[in-house]
Ligand binder design. Structure first.
Ligand SMILES: Nc1nc2c(ncn2[C@@H]2O[C@H](COP(=O)(O)OP(=O)(O)OP(=O)(O)O)[C@@H](O)[C@H]2O)c(=O)[nH]1
Ligand SMILES: [Mg+2]
Ligand SMILES: [Zn+2]
Ligand SMILES: [Zn+2]
Length: 400
């Protein structure tokens, strides 16, 4: 896999490059293309394109600044004009975007995903670390602190046009290392509010259709039947920050997809709600959800064969688990009268707009928070959170 821009997720073409002036003599100027893709005004030091021709096939170390005549030695993305990290072109990069309605659990999912990934990778002597200081800071302050240190709900992600605090405008970049190789995992969060507003193909969300993987979180707790059935069994959901439903937001996200480059993981979030269904006295749900043999009732991620020398074994295990789970979740969408959801995704595959679709069930917290000031009563108990990512990687030939 060739490298991709960590900001706009464009795969880098070896014949096209861009260089930024670092002479110290130029000043930042408004960059229309960077602004269009960011969805807000962006000023950058001037940058200039370079294209391969018959005489010059290899990307040079730098070019001359078209403004001050000084050196341009910093590589930038030819599409969004953001800086690329040093030596980025030779890196293996996997890009992932998380999408879904407001309050569907995107940010909490990302926080818990990274936490579980760290534990998962430790087996077999592998590690995951923030690749940049900015990532470390954003993760610690915005994700880790509320959930793992203060046990409270995260604030809704601010819209990208917010004056300040829109931390998701920059991707988080992580480095997964095992004795043989290094993979750069780039993750972008988004405010549900921003997705809701968009219709059709919007530049600031165009990274969706350039991502290797888009995870769409379908909020289990917003299903009309669910909250009624579970009234009295789980705490009532805070309706304050909610907007369009998951069924309304899915077509918007799929409408954004084009080019067929992206694998699409369609996942129930807050799946713990489904696990509560047998407690309600409704036969139809109790029978399906009470089946202990069902894949959506067990999570064996941590006992899966993994680590050095066990990749082939791990792959077989994963393939089987994934096929069954996918079938079960499709049936579950039917059972709850939401088969349009799976149908829409299938259509996007057949129309060549996405590369493939997989169905998942995840729970990040493991229970419904009593209120925003107390996230869990038992501690965070994640369920199957790694599945979408492991599937996305598997689809690119990477077995973790
Ligand atoms: N029951 C249950 N509730 C969850 C889970 N994960 C998140 N929640 C609840 O969902 C709320 C919203 O989660 P967020 O991750 O902030 O939602 P978001 O999708 O990032 O929302 P925006 O940033 O507004 O787009 C949390 O405050 C929790 O109350 C889960 O696994 N189970
Ligand atoms: Mg959020
Ligand atoms: Zn870019
Ligand atoms: Zn210059």
């Amino acid at each position: 896999m060739s490298a991709a821009c960590p900001a706009c997720f464009t795969r880098l073409d070896p014949g096209i490059a861009r260089f930024r002036c670092n002479s110290g003599r130029c000043t930042p100027v408004p960059d229309p293309e960077a602004s269009r893709l960011a969805g807000s005004p962006v000023s950058l030091y001037p940058s200039f394109p370079w294209t391969a021709d018959d005489q010059h096939r290899e990307i040079p170390p730098g070019i001359m600044c078209g403004r001050c005549g000084g050196p341009c030695n910093v590589q930038a993305c030819p599409v969004c004009h953001r800086d690329l990290p040093p030596n980025w072109r030779s890196a293996t990069v996997f890009t992932m975007a998380v999408s879904g309605a407001r309050g569907a659990g995107k940010s909490v999912y990302i926080a818990v995903l990274l936490y579980v990934l760290q534990q998962y990778l430790q087996r077999g002597g592998r590690t995951i670390r923030p690749f940049t200081q900015a990532t470390q800071q954003v993760y610690e302050e915005r994700y880790e602190r509320p959930l793992f240190k203060e046990n409270r709900a995260m604030l809704g992600t601010p819209p990208m046009r917010a004056e300040s605090g829109a931390y998701q405008r920059d991707s988080m970049m992580w480095m997964i290392t095992d004795p043989q190789s290094t993979i750069h995992l780039v993750i972008r969060d988004v405010a549900g509010e921003d997705i809701e507003k968009f219709a059709g193909n919007e530049a600031p969300l165009s990274y969706f259709s350039r991502a290797d993987l888009v995870v769409f979180l379908f909020d289990s707790l917003r299903l009309p039947a669910m909250t009624q059935i579970l009234a009295g069994i789980i705490p009532p959901v805070n309706q304050g920050r909610l907007g369009k439903s998951s069924s309304e937001v899915l077509p918007i996200v799929l409408g954004q997809m084009q080019g067929g480059q992206t694998d699409f993981a369609l996942a129930f979030s807050k799946f713990d709600a489904f696990h509560e269904l047998p407690k309600a006295d409704i036969e139809q749900y109790a029978r399906v959800m009470g089946n202990p043999a069902a894949r959506f009732n067990r999570d064996e991620t941590m006992t899966r064969p993994a680590g050095a020398g066990r990749a082939a074994e791990g792959r077989v295990w994963f393939e089987q688990d994934q096929v069954f789970l996918d079938q079960e979740i499709r049936s579950l969408f039917e059972l709850i009268h939401e088969s349009t959801v799976t149908l829409l995704a299938e259509q996007a595959v057949h129309g060549g707009r996405i590369r493939g679709v997989g169905h998942f069930a995840v729970s990040a917290v493991g229970e419904t928070p009593p209120h925003d000031e107390q996230l869990t009563t038992r501690g965070i108990s994640p369920f199957r959170v790694l599945d979408p990512l492991l599937w996305g990687l598997y689809r690119r030939g990477i077995t973790l």
